[in-house]
Write a protein that binds this ligand. Sequence first.
Ligand SMILES: [Zn+2]
Ligand SMILES: [Zn+2]
Length: 252
Amino acid sequence: MDLIFPIECLRCGKDGVWLCAGCFSRLEFRDSQRCLSCKQETAFGRFCRACRPGYSLRGVLIAGNYEDELLSKLVKSLKYKFARKLSKDLGKFLILFLGGIFRIPLNSPASLLSPILLNGGRFRPARAAGFSDFNFKTALIIPVPLHPRRERWRGFNQAELIARELADYFNLEMNVGGMDRVKHRRPQTKLSKKDRKNNIKNCFTWRSGSLSGRNIILVDDVATTGATLNECARVLKENGAGKIWGLVAANG
Ligand SMILES: [Zn+2]
Ligand SMILES: [Zn+2]
Protein backbone atom coordinates (compact mmCIF):
# COMPACT_ATOMS: atom_id res chain seq x y z
CA MET A 1 0.00 0.00 0.00
CA ASP A 2 2.83 2.42 0.83
CA LEU A 3 4.14 2.06 -2.72
CA ILE A 4 0.82 3.06 -4.18
CA PHE A 5 0.21 5.82 -1.66
CA PRO A 6 3.58 7.16 -0.48
CA ILE A 7 3.26 8.47 3.05
CA GLU A 8 4.07 12.12 3.46
CA CYS A 9 2.93 14.91 5.74
CA LEU A 10 -0.40 16.24 4.51
CA ARG A 11 0.73 19.81 4.99
CA CYS A 12 4.47 20.11 4.36
CA GLY A 13 5.21 16.92 2.45
CA LYS A 14 7.77 15.57 4.92
CA ASP A 15 8.49 11.91 4.16
CA GLY A 16 7.27 8.97 6.18
CA VAL A 17 4.55 10.52 8.35
CA TRP A 18 0.97 11.54 7.63
CA LEU A 19 1.30 14.57 9.87
CA CYS A 20 4.61 15.82 11.22
CA ALA A 21 4.92 17.29 14.73
CA GLY A 22 5.38 20.83 13.49
CA CYS A 23 2.24 20.68 11.35
CA PHE A 24 0.23 19.02 14.13
CA SER A 25 0.88 22.08 16.24
CA ARG A 26 -0.84 24.22 13.59
CA LEU A 27 -4.20 22.58 14.12
CA GLU A 28 -6.59 25.01 15.73
CA PHE A 29 -9.44 24.52 18.13
CA ARG A 30 -12.77 26.24 17.60
CA ASP A 31 -12.97 29.38 19.64
CA SER A 32 -16.65 28.94 20.45
CA GLN A 33 -19.16 26.13 20.86
CA ARG A 34 -22.65 26.35 19.43
CA CYS A 35 -26.08 24.77 19.56
CA LEU A 36 -25.78 22.42 16.59
CA SER A 37 -29.38 23.01 15.63
CA CYS A 38 -29.74 26.82 15.49
CA LYS A 39 -26.01 27.74 15.61
CA GLN A 40 -26.26 30.22 18.48
CA GLU A 41 -23.33 30.21 20.86
CA THR A 42 -23.94 28.08 23.95
CA ALA A 43 -21.74 26.72 26.75
CA PHE A 44 -19.92 23.62 25.50
CA GLY A 45 -22.23 23.26 22.49
CA ARG A 46 -25.23 22.41 24.61
CA PHE A 47 -28.52 22.46 22.71
CA CYS A 48 -30.28 25.72 23.52
CA ARG A 49 -33.55 25.81 25.42
CA ALA A 50 -35.64 26.17 22.24
CA CYS A 51 -33.95 23.31 20.36
CA ARG A 52 -33.50 20.92 23.31
CA PRO A 53 -36.91 19.19 23.12
CA GLY A 54 -35.98 17.73 19.72
CA TYR A 55 -32.82 16.00 20.97
CA SER A 56 -31.79 13.09 23.18
CA LEU A 57 -28.26 14.49 23.33
CA ARG A 58 -27.38 17.27 25.75
CA GLY A 59 -25.03 18.79 23.26
CA VAL A 60 -22.19 18.16 20.86
CA LEU A 61 -18.61 19.18 21.58
CA ILE A 62 -16.79 20.02 18.37
CA ALA A 63 -13.03 20.38 18.70
CA GLY A 64 -12.04 22.00 15.41
CA ASN A 65 -13.32 23.55 12.21
CA TYR A 66 -13.81 21.60 9.03
CA GLU A 67 -12.92 24.86 7.23
CA ASP A 68 -9.43 24.32 8.65
CA GLU A 69 -7.95 22.76 5.53
CA LEU A 70 -5.46 20.64 7.42
CA LEU A 71 -8.07 19.20 9.76
CA SER A 72 -10.46 18.34 6.92
CA LYS A 73 -7.58 16.69 5.03
CA LEU A 74 -6.81 14.64 8.13
CA VAL A 75 -10.39 13.45 8.47
CA LYS A 76 -10.73 12.63 4.77
CA SER A 77 -7.38 10.86 4.55
CA LEU A 78 -8.20 8.69 7.54
CA LYS A 79 -11.47 7.65 5.90
CA TYR A 80 -10.71 7.51 2.23
CA LYS A 81 -6.98 6.99 1.95
CA PHE A 82 -7.01 4.35 4.70
CA ALA A 83 -4.44 6.34 6.63
CA ARG A 84 -5.19 4.46 9.80
CA LYS A 85 -2.36 6.05 11.77
CA LEU A 86 -4.04 9.44 11.51
CA SER A 87 -6.52 8.24 14.12
CA LYS A 88 -3.68 8.76 16.63
CA ASP A 89 -3.34 12.40 15.61
CA LEU A 90 -7.07 13.03 15.71
CA GLY A 91 -7.18 11.25 19.06
CA LYS A 92 -4.41 13.48 20.36
CA PHE A 93 -6.25 16.56 19.10
CA LEU A 94 -9.36 15.47 21.03
CA ILE A 95 -7.36 14.62 24.16
CA LEU A 96 -5.94 18.14 24.24
CA PHE A 97 -9.40 19.56 23.60
CA LEU A 98 -11.03 17.55 26.40
CA GLY A 99 -8.21 18.39 28.77
CA GLY A 100 -9.17 22.04 28.36
CA ILE A 101 -12.93 21.56 28.55
CA PHE A 102 -12.95 19.32 31.60
CA ARG A 103 -9.89 20.92 33.26
CA ILE A 104 -8.13 17.62 33.41
CA PRO A 105 -4.44 18.00 34.04
CA LEU A 106 -2.85 16.09 31.17
CA ASN A 107 -0.14 13.84 32.51
CA SER A 108 1.84 14.96 29.51
CA PRO A 109 3.82 12.05 28.17
CA ALA A 110 6.43 13.44 25.82
CA SER A 111 4.69 11.90 22.83
CA LEU A 112 1.53 13.90 23.49
CA LEU A 113 2.89 17.32 24.23
CA SER A 114 6.22 17.52 22.45
CA PRO A 115 4.77 18.93 19.22
CA ILE A 116 3.27 21.79 21.16
CA LEU A 117 6.46 22.57 23.00
CA LEU A 118 8.43 22.22 19.79
CA ASN A 119 6.50 25.01 18.26
CA GLY A 120 7.10 27.44 21.07
CA GLY A 121 3.71 26.81 22.62
CA ARG A 122 1.81 28.08 19.63
CA PHE A 123 -0.76 25.34 20.07
CA ARG A 124 -3.09 26.57 22.81
CA PRO A 125 -5.30 24.12 24.64
CA ALA A 126 -9.00 24.81 24.23
CA ARG A 127 -10.18 27.42 26.70
CA ALA A 128 -10.36 25.82 30.13
CA ALA A 129 -13.94 26.00 31.22
CA GLY A 130 -14.95 23.29 33.64
CA PHE A 131 -17.94 21.13 32.91
CA SER A 132 -19.95 21.13 36.11
CA ASP A 133 -22.83 18.71 35.60
CA PHE A 134 -21.15 15.83 33.85
CA ASN A 135 -18.82 13.45 35.64
CA PHE A 136 -16.14 12.85 33.07
CA LYS A 137 -14.20 10.30 35.11
CA THR A 138 -17.06 7.80 35.18
CA ALA A 139 -18.26 8.39 31.62
CA LEU A 140 -18.63 5.51 29.21
CA ILE A 141 -17.11 6.05 25.76
CA ILE A 142 -19.06 4.69 22.80
CA PRO A 143 -17.94 5.17 19.20
CA VAL A 144 -20.66 5.57 16.56
CA PRO A 145 -20.74 2.19 14.81
CA LEU A 146 -20.38 1.75 11.08
CA HIS A 147 -22.50 -0.69 9.15
CA PRO A 148 -20.48 -3.96 9.00
CA ARG A 149 -20.37 -3.77 5.22
CA ARG A 150 -18.74 -0.35 5.32
CA GLU A 151 -16.36 -1.38 8.08
CA ARG A 152 -15.26 -4.38 6.03
CA TRP A 153 -14.62 -2.14 3.05
CA ARG A 154 -12.50 0.31 5.05
CA GLY A 155 -10.93 -2.29 7.30
CA PHE A 156 -11.68 -0.27 10.43
CA ASN A 157 -14.16 2.10 12.01
CA GLN A 158 -12.45 5.49 12.24
CA ALA A 159 -14.70 6.58 15.13
CA GLU A 160 -13.66 3.51 17.11
CA LEU A 161 -9.94 4.13 16.55
CA ILE A 162 -10.27 7.76 17.69
CA ALA A 163 -12.40 6.76 20.69
CA ARG A 164 -9.80 4.15 21.66
CA GLU A 165 -7.13 6.84 21.92
CA LEU A 166 -9.32 8.84 24.31
CA ALA A 167 -10.37 5.88 26.42
CA ASP A 168 -6.79 4.67 26.76
CA TYR A 169 -5.38 8.08 27.62
CA PHE A 170 -8.02 9.03 30.18
CA ASN A 171 -8.51 5.48 31.43
CA LEU A 172 -12.23 5.47 30.64
CA GLU A 173 -14.38 2.45 29.97
CA MET A 174 -15.27 1.99 26.32
CA ASN A 175 -17.99 -0.15 24.81
CA VAL A 176 -17.61 -1.54 21.31
CA GLY A 177 -20.10 -4.01 19.93
CA GLY A 178 -22.95 -3.14 22.28
CA MET A 179 -24.42 -0.88 19.67
CA ASP A 180 -24.99 -2.13 16.15
CA ARG A 181 -25.74 -0.35 12.96
CA VAL A 182 -28.40 -2.60 11.55
CA LYS A 183 -29.41 -0.80 8.40
CA HIS A 184 -27.28 0.30 5.54
CA ARG A 185 -28.66 3.60 4.35
CA ARG A 186 -27.81 6.24 1.83
CA PRO A 187 -24.84 8.35 2.93
CA GLN A 188 -26.06 11.42 4.84
CA THR A 189 -23.86 13.90 3.00
CA LYS A 190 -26.25 15.02 0.28
CA LEU A 191 -29.42 15.11 2.36
CA SER A 192 -31.27 18.00 3.97
CA LYS A 193 -31.54 18.27 7.74
CA LYS A 194 -35.03 16.74 7.82
CA ASP A 195 -34.12 13.95 5.39
CA ARG A 196 -31.04 13.10 7.43
CA LYS A 197 -33.21 12.57 10.48
CA ASN A 198 -35.56 10.21 8.61
CA ASN A 199 -32.76 8.44 6.80
CA ILE A 200 -30.97 7.50 10.00
CA LYS A 201 -34.05 6.55 12.03
CA ASN A 202 -34.01 3.02 13.50
CA CYS A 203 -30.53 2.35 12.14
CA PHE A 204 -29.08 1.43 15.55
CA THR A 205 -29.80 -1.14 18.21
CA TRP A 206 -28.34 -1.61 21.67
CA ARG A 207 -27.91 -5.14 23.00
CA SER A 208 -25.69 -4.78 26.03
CA GLY A 209 -28.33 -4.55 28.74
CA SER A 210 -29.45 -1.64 30.88
CA LEU A 211 -27.23 1.42 31.02
CA SER A 212 -28.75 2.36 34.40
CA GLY A 213 -28.15 6.08 34.39
CA ARG A 214 -24.63 5.89 32.97
CA ASN A 215 -23.27 9.10 31.47
CA ILE A 216 -21.99 8.61 27.96
CA ILE A 217 -19.70 10.32 25.48
CA LEU A 218 -20.52 9.33 21.92
CA VAL A 219 -17.53 9.73 19.63
CA ASP A 220 -17.47 10.27 15.88
CA ASP A 221 -15.07 11.92 13.45
CA VAL A 222 -17.46 14.61 12.20
CA ALA A 223 -20.99 15.86 12.79
CA THR A 224 -23.09 18.04 10.53
CA THR A 225 -26.66 18.25 11.81
CA GLY A 226 -26.04 15.79 14.63
CA ALA A 227 -28.75 13.43 13.30
CA THR A 228 -26.58 10.31 13.53
CA LEU A 229 -25.26 11.09 17.02
CA ASN A 230 -28.75 11.92 18.19
CA GLU A 231 -30.26 8.72 16.84
CA CYS A 232 -27.60 6.76 18.74
CA ALA A 233 -28.41 8.79 21.84
CA ARG A 234 -32.13 8.11 21.43
CA VAL A 235 -31.51 4.35 21.43
CA LEU A 236 -29.15 4.58 24.43
CA LYS A 237 -31.74 6.62 26.34
CA GLU A 238 -34.35 3.94 25.66
CA ASN A 239 -31.93 1.59 27.38
CA GLY A 240 -31.59 3.70 30.48
CA ALA A 241 -28.60 5.95 29.73
CA GLY A 242 -28.09 9.15 31.76
CA LYS A 243 -26.65 12.27 30.17
CA ILE A 244 -25.23 11.85 26.71
CA TRP A 245 -22.83 14.19 24.93
CA GLY A 246 -21.49 13.93 21.42
CA LEU A 247 -17.82 14.57 20.74
CA VAL A 248 -16.35 15.03 17.28
CA ALA A 249 -13.14 16.34 15.76
CA ALA A 250 -14.87 18.70 13.35
CA ASN A 251 -18.18 19.98 12.08
CA GLY A 252 -18.70 19.20 8.44
ZN1 LIG B 1 4.48 18.65 8.17
ZN1 LIG C 1 -30.68 26.04 19.33
